[in-house]
Design a protein around this ligand. Sequence first.
Ligand code: NAP
Length: 274
Amino acid sequence: MYLGVIGYPIKHSVSPAMHNAALKRAGIEGIYLAFEVKPEMLEKAVAGAKALGFTGLNVTIPFKEEVVKFVRLEGHAAKLKAVNTVDLREMVGYNTDVYGAKASFSDVDVDGKVALVVGAGGAGKATSLALMELGATVILTNRTEHRGLEAVEMLRKYGECMFYPYTRVEELKGKIDILVNATPIGMRGFEQKLPVPEDILQPEMVVFDTVYNPLETPLIKKAKKMGCKVIYGIEMLIHQGAKAFEIWTGAKPDVNLMREAALEALKKQFITQP
Ligand SMILES: NC(=O)c1ccc[n+]([C@@H]2O[C@H](COP(=O)([O-])OP(=O)(O)OC[C@H]3O[C@@H](n4cnc5c(N)ncnc54)[C@H](OP(=O)(O)O)[C@@H]3O)[C@@H](O)[C@H]2O)c1
């Protein structure tokens, strides 16, 4: 079975490590590879992978929205108009990021809670939809207001969701149960700071940082110090991968093994690229 991930850039992806470990453990003969695809080559890359007999592809930045033109959308992909997993046999697009975000909150009672989601890109929309489906009211904020408003317009069809201006989020102090960072702030190579004013953090909050490289972002470190429950971005990554694996192979992968493989791959990157 041939599987892969396409993106631009792609060299830091830990998906090959995660999926190849899962294939081996499941006794499935196959390989998962990463391909850097120039943005203008997306359609040819998808058609080429299908022609070569690939079973499926993960699709990452900057293709998640562009690829919807070439596939039939299922479930969450249809709701968000964004795809991260393609089944090339049927040309169906799925969004397993939503599943991954939901699974990340598996030991948190989200129902009836208020969540502040920072970021209106792919990760922001996926985590917002996940939290809304789990019963939370989502307050979405975004640096560029019109993008935030557009995201809320789409999301509010599926649950409670409203926009709050990014420059005024400190006004939400004391009103939030869950905080999600869905921006690249804290990611290796990006600004190392908190995505919201420090004052917002309260010990009883649950803090989820979708950034997983590094695992311990400034937000995670600060939240831990405050006594908040923290959820690591790697959980969403592993669970979106596990769901994609299930779609392609029909088998449930060993999630703990996928976690170990992803952590190992991240550690290697850290050693070779400080
Ligand atoms: N754990 C996982 O499985 C997983 C999956 C996907 C993504 N992620 C993480 O989520 C992050 C975002 O990914 P994405 O796919 O949503 O990217 P994206 O579609 O490019 O969206 C990025 C979002 O971050 C905001 N942003 C960027 N730089 C900012 C800054 N300096 N200050 C404030 N806001 C800023 C953008 O706001 P504007 O609209 O103003 O530009 C936008 O809302 C990634 O860096 C990645 O670490 C994790």
